[in-house]
Design a protein around this ligand. Structure first.
Ligand code: PFF
Length: 447
């Protein structure tokens, strides 16, 4: 077997992982879930979840990937036993499920690049969102987004994407900071900071059963966990990298982008509506599109140019995440079943396009797909991974995580202890609450 490639530089790995992590989960979903799940209370629980559960869990995926040095499914076989490949397979399935509607939202973003250029949403942003987010137009843009994703995975113009990703993270941060400052100067933003930044602990206590599962699953989604992506990326990692240092940096950068997006979206919503609006008024899934669109509309001609640049950068962020989702399954199938890369990428892309038309036709379906991902698939997939790395693979995992660090001994033991105990318990509770929530009110949309 040929020697497997490794990342040229440490920064190459970090950028790729951040490129996968930073995406619609941070810029679209985090502010929107914050607005519907209780504001600062949700933000607070999310931060705790990202740090105390997300970080140990991402380290677990890095351990599996680097140790096994192979794709995310066979990794479990190579490390232990073929039966454990179900964990990797569930990850693949979860990623595909999510990609089906991720691409629909990627289509909205693309639509908004065009809409910004022509000023189409300037007169009535909320109605515009209602019109373009569902129906034939949404299906067409979803198809376009999926085709580009599959095209990049098929023909491997990774070079271009890698360069774009290098620029992406800094440009996203610069643009979000600019917009956040702009929002800050507007009348009526004050109430938003109260809502976004000042957690009511009584509210958290009363609503633990819904806030915890959403916040923990949001951390998984945002960090690209439970979908094989981080396992795959870490499989190209050399032994002299400190997993802990890289993982912490990725978690911090990823969290910062989400927090910044909230600092843009929530104040702009309050300025426009005086509160966080419900879905009918342009809140919920429409929060990013309606709030930022209004800000660009207020800026007139300059707003058109800014809108094109802003949604353009969001599109790069969404694409670099979508590619990593499709790449996980494509590389597995190409390696194992001998299909060609283009046929595999376009085959899966086409099937997911078909599945995603449901979400593009009616956002109630998108909500349903999202609920199932959050409530069941993500926590279940991460839970199995945590059990594997903590209890099944345990001692060898400790050996792996210490590589590349000078005094990793006590840290490695603390990490193992955490995944074996409270991380496992936290993910289990998240899964339990997610499942009972779906069970008590199945959100299946009827057309
Ligand atoms: N982390 C990405 C986001 O926050 O948008 C979504 C994602 C991409 C999840 C790739 C999983 C993945 F493999």
């Amino acid at each position: 077997m040929a020697e497997r490639e490794t990342w040229g530089t440490r920064i190459g790995f970090i950028l790729a992982a951040v490129g996968s992590a930073v995406g619609l989960g941070n810029i679209w979903q985090f502010p929107f879930k914050t607005s519907t799940e209780g504001g600062a209370a949700f933000v607070f629980v999310y931060l705790v979840a990202a740090l105390l559960i997300g970080l140990p869990a991402i380290l677990g995926e890095f351990v599996v990937g680097r140790r096994a040095n192979i794709n995310a499914v066979e990794a479990f076989d190579r490390l232990k036993h073929p039966a454990w490949t179900v964990v990797g397979a569930l990850g693949l399935l979860t990623g595909l499920w999510i990609l089906s509607y991720y691409s629909v939202v990627g289509g909205w973003v693309t639509r908004y690049i065009v809409g910004s250029a022509t000023g189409a949403y300037f007169a009535a942003p909320a109605e515009y969102f209602g019109r373009v987010s569902m129906g034939w137009e949404a299906i067409a843009f979803h198809g376009g987004f999926m085709a580009v994703t599959a095209g990049i995975v098929a023909f491997g113009i990774e070079d271009g994407i890698e360069k774009a990703t290098k620029l992406m993270v800094p440009s996203i941060i610069v643009m979000l900071v600019g917009l956040a400052v702009y929002a800050f100067t507007l009348d009526g933003a004050g109430a938003a900071y109260e809502f976004y930044l000042s957690p009511d602990f009584g509210f958290i206590a009363d609503n633990l059963g819904t806030i915890v599962p959403y916040a923990v699953s949001q951390a998984f989604f945002s960090l690209s966990l439970g979908m094989g992506a981080m396992i795959t990326y870490a499989s190209y990692l050399g032994d002299d990298d400190s997993l802990f240092a890289d993982g912490s940096l990725i978690v911090v950068l990823n969290t910062a982008v989400g927090l910044l997006a909230g600092l843009v979206v929530i104040p702009l919503l309050f300025v426009q509506f005086g509160t966080v609006p419900d879905a009918a008024a342009g809140g919920g899934a429409g929060a990013l599109f309606v709030s930022v669109a209004q800000a660009f509309a207020d800026l007139g001609m300059a707003g058109r140019a800014l809108g094109v640049v802003f949604f353009g950068v969001v599109l790069v962020a969404a694409l670099s995440s979508a590619i990593s989702l499709l790449e996980v399954v494509t590389s597995y199938v190409v390696d194992n079943y001998g299909y060609s890369r283009p046929a595999t990428a376009f085959g899966f892309g086409g099937a997911l396009f078909a599945l995603g038309t449901l979400s593009a036709w009616n956002t109630a379906w998108l909500g349903w797909f999202d609920s199932l991902a959050y409530g069941v698939l993500l926590p279940l997939s991460v839970l199995l991974g945590v059990i594997f790395v903590g209890w099944v693979y345990g001692p060898e995992a400790v050996d792996e995580i210490q590589k590349g660090t000078s005094n990793g001994g006590s840290f490695a033991t603390a990490w193992l202890w955490s995944v074996r105990t409270y991380v496992l318990a936290g993910v289990f509770v998240t899964l339990y609450l997610g499942v009972t929530d779906i069970y008590s009110a199945p959100p299946i949309p009827f057309l």
